[in-house]
Each structure stands twice: as C-alpha cells, then as structure tokens.
Write a protein that binds this ligand. Structure first.
Ligand SMILES: [Fe+2]
Length: 274
C-alpha cells in the first residue's frame, strides 16, 4: 500500500515540534488530540481499531510465570512511504535488553489483518519512520517496524506490570508507546530515564491515544505495575507499542555510550534535514 513519504514533504507545526523535542530531550509526549492531528485521522475510525484489543491472546512466554499479559504481534517493511507487512515471524530480543524474556525466539498470535492494514496503524508507521529518519545520522529510508498490541490485566493478588523486564531499552532506534484504553486502574506510570538510569520524566497516559515517543538509542523506559481500584474486578491497561530500526541493522542497536559519541554528528545532520 502506498503512502505519502512523510519525510519528503514539508513539516507541519506539530511534526516540527515533535522533531525539535526529540532532538533536544530524546522523548516527546503527545496528548490525544495531538496524536490525532499527527495521524490526520477522523475520530470515527478509532472505535473499531480499539475493539480489537478485546481479542488478544495470552502471552505464553512470560519468564516470571505471569498470566497477566495478552498480546498480538506483526512486523512491517516501511520504505520510501511504501508499507508492506512481512510474513509472520518470531519476536527476538537479546538478554542484554530483556533479561527476563530475552535470548529466545518468542512466537505470538498475529495482529488481525484488518488491524495491521488499518489507517491508524499505517499512520503510526509513517509517523515513526519519519521521526526516526529525522533524529538519526543516516540516509536510511528502509525501516523494519514491529507492532505489539498489549493488554495487562491486574488483579489484587498478582503483580501485573507492563514491563516485567524492568527499566530497559528495546534495542531499536525509536519507540512509540500509545495508550489505547484503561479501566479500574491505578499505577501504569511511564518512566523515562537516561542511560545511567537518572529520572527524566514520569508520565501518566490517562486518555486513549495519548502517546510517548522515545529515542531508544539514548534513553531507557519502564512502566510501573497496575492494580485495580476496586476488587474483585481486574484493572485493565491496553497499549500499542511500535518499534523502528533500519532494515539493515541488527535487532540490537549500539550501546548507549556509542550513541552518545555520535550525538554531535547526528545533530549537525538534523539541521540539514530541517
Ligand atoms: Fe520497551
């Protein structure tokens, strides 16, 4: 499916702010209306998209034995504004980036075809590749993207955390974390930390379509456990995570120290990209 190559078109104001903030601090938060602006989509198309979170399957690869996470997974090739879904494949992270669940091929249920093909998904894939291109010192226009639909169900008697691996990087270039929905829930605070773990921000995504975008080469992230406001009903937190790395890159990106050395060079290049 062909989409406008966003990185070759003039930037609108919201996009410009996003790029500026990502370059300056390594992360950017967007309210729901800003997300909708960036995606350029009408409100009506969000309903059927979010309903698909009712049909996620259990994550059977939880190193902590937890039964609180459901998910679906898909991968994409995004090149020059063209988006193509890849054949269903494993999800792999090294133990460097995921000490709990890394080091093994994990297989998850595929994202439903109509959701993978949805204009929200394609809008986010275009947005992510556009931002990744603009914050990196690369002429790379071919990106590998991964899409994770997550549901965390928190019960009073079980620790339920959106990031059981703890504070981490995903080993990619850019990460988009978008809240899809939440109910009966306390916790779920998104923490943004620098390479040494120093606190940069604690963000609460409260409304559907609020999102945080993180330069994963520079920063780490974590989300605190959730628990129900009222028992015995479960707390529920639905989220969409998209990751982006150059198609030719290994799944695990360079270490943070290496990235820091490169910062001067990619900042200089960003000025040229505008
Ligand atoms: Fe992550």
């Amino acid at each position: 499916m062909n989409h406008r190559p966003l990185w070759r078109t003039p930037l609108d104001e919201t996009m410009k702010r996003a790029v500026t903030q990502l370059r300056a601090t390594g992360f950017a938060r967007f309210e729901a209306l800003q997300s909708k602006d960036l995606l350029g989509l009408p409100l009506e198309c969000f309903g059927p998209f979010t309903e698909s979170w009712e049909r996620l399957d259990p994550d059977e690869w939880m190193g902590d034995g937890g039964t609180y996470r459901r998910r679906r997974f898909a991968t994409f090739s995004v090149e020059g504004g063209s988006i193509a879904r890849k054949p269903h494949q494993r999800h792999y992270q090294s133990r460097l980036h995921n000490q709990l669940n890394g080091g093994v091929d994990r297989w998850f249920s595929p994202v439903e075809p109509e959701i993978a093909d949805h204009s929200i998904t394609h809008g986010l894939l275009s947005l992510g590749t556009s931002l990744a291109y603009r914050i990196t010192d690369t002429a790379e226009t071919h990106w590998h993207a991964e899409m994770h639909q997550f549901r965390i169900e928190g019960k009073a008697f079980e620790r339920a955390t959106p990031t059981p691996e703890g504070l981490h990087r995903d080993g990619v270039t850019l990460v988009i974390m978008m809240l899809i929905g939440r109910r009966n829930m306390l916790g779920g605070i998104t923490g943004i930390r620098d390479g040494e773990g120093r606190n940069l921000a604690d963000l609460e995504l409260a409304s559907p379509f609020e999102m945080v975008v993180v330069d994963d080469r520079r920063l780490q992230h974590v989300v605190t456990p959730i628990k129900p406001i009222k028992s015995p009903e479960s707390a529920v937190r639905d989220a969409l995570v998209l990751t982006f790395r150059p198609e030719t890159a290994e799944p695990d990106a360079p270490a943070l120290s290496r990235v820091r050395q490169d910062e001067g060079r990619f900042r200089a290049r960003e000025i040229q990209k505008g």
